[in-house]
Design a protein around this ligand. Structure first.
Ligand SMILES: [Zn+2]
Length: 384
């Protein structure tokens, strides 16, 4: 099976390459804002026409000719994706990118043949620890000490600058052999309010606490609003904000990988509730919605899904409207009067079993997942 993976390296560019990288990054922002402005003036403007218009823009602004051309097109792709998400009500309308916005550019790895010689636009040399990107000299990289060879196809490279540091993200496709599916262990997961994930085995993964970071951000933002636009001090504050945001992001990512690894190591079939993030954002005032967006649950599920594919494990998603919190996992009677999410535990009116709200829900989700798996199994047996 072909899988996709991202490798993250720190880059150590020379001063002259840094200058070029900065101009590439700035150009991405320039192109994005330029066509966002055009789109706001004329909503009928097509993204494909923007790409055709690039040639004109390059003629008018000759400095654009020194920039890797793919970057210009991917900036428009990003804008298109932003609008798609907005039209699908998955996010807010695209905004103009400020200097403080994420500094990022992406370039695809193109392959071809010239005078009988094969070439590709991105070249990774792990023995010498250098990367060659289009229109740039080789750059020293660090990361993955033990990795000496990559048997894969590079798809694209993303360059990111965070507080004066440069990072490289290489998206690659790799061919892997799938392990055999052995349905030995099954688990149900409840995505909670108080805890992030609660398993039907009673294991609880707490929500990460970002109070310290949030306090820091609040203070920095206050300083930012008081600082003079264009001043050195302002740039310093922006850098600090970037560092904190990156820290939060990395902590979340690390934690999501930790949880998903733990769950997948111990289980072969996983039942989860379908997250309807779209609906949650629309009901923005609801605190549950805020929580779900904040805690990055959809990211966690995304990781869980692709990892389970790589390991040939199965995920079953249960309908969101299945009343997993109201049903007593002991006798399966539905206790309709239970609506308050703050009730931590409750006694079933039928069998008098005292249910922990979250564990009870995850056991119900497990049972529903089991039903779906058995249905699949019957189909597979019939087909064979
Ligand atoms: Zn009961």
């Amino acid at each position: 099976m072909e899988i996709y993976k991202t490798y993250k390296f720190r880059m150590y560019p020379s001063d002259s390459i840094k200058k070029k990288l900065d101009s590439f990054l700035g150009t991405t922002r320039f192109i994005y804002n330029y066509y966002l402005n055009a789109k706001e003036k004329n909503n009928n403007l097509k993204f494909s026409d923007m790409k055709k218009d690039l040639k004109r823009l390059q003629e008018e602004n000759t400095w654009l000719k020194d920039i890797d051309g793919s970057i210009l097109r991917t900036a428009i792709d990003n804008l298109e994706r932003g609008y798609e998400r907005y039209y699908n009500k998955l996010s807010k309308k695209p905004k103009f990118k400020k200097y403080s916005s994420n500094q990022i550019y992406r370039t695809p790895c193109l392959r071809g043949e010239y005078k009988g010689k094969k070439y590709q636009t991105i070249k990774l040399d792990l023995e010498r620890r250098v990367i060659k990107l289009p229109k740039l000299d080789e750059i020293e990289i660090k990361g993955y000490k033990k990795l000496t060879k990559l048997d894969c196809n590079i798809i694209n490279a993303t360059v990111k600058r965070i507080a004066h540091k440069y990072y490289l993200y290489l998206l690659v496709s790799e061919e892997i052999n799938l392990p055999k599916f052995c349905p030995n262990y099954i688990v149900g997961l409840d995505l909670g309010v108080k805890d992030l994930v609660i398993t039907s085995n009673g294991e609880k993964f707490k929500k990460l606490d970002f109070k310290r970071e949030e306090r820091k951000l609040k203070g920095l933002n206050k300083w930012l609003s008081r600082s003079q636009i264009g001043s050195k001090n302002r740039l310093k504050i922006i850098n600090k904000i970037e560092v904190v945001n990156e820290k939060i992001k990395n902590m979340r990512k690390f934690y999501n990988h930790l949880i998903t690894n733990k769950i997948l190591e111990a289980n072969d079939i996983i039942a989860i509730e379908t997250l309807k993030v779209k609906e949650m954002i629309e009901k923005g005032k609801n605190h549950l919605a805020k929580f779900i967006v904040n805690s990055n649950l959809s990211e966690l599920i995304k990781i869980l899904k692709y990892k389970s594919k790589w390991q040939n494990k199965r995920i079953y998603e249960i309908d969101t409207y299945y009343p997993s919190s109201q049903i007593c996992s002991h006798c399966k009677r539905r206790n309709r009067e239970l609506k308050d999410l703050n009730i931590r535990s409750w006694e079933c009116t039928e069998c008098h079993f005292v249910n922990d709200r979250d564990i009870n829900a995850s056991i119900n989700i497990l049972d529903e997942g089991m039903k779906l798996y058995l249905k699949d199994l019957r189909c597979e047996l019939k087909a064979s």
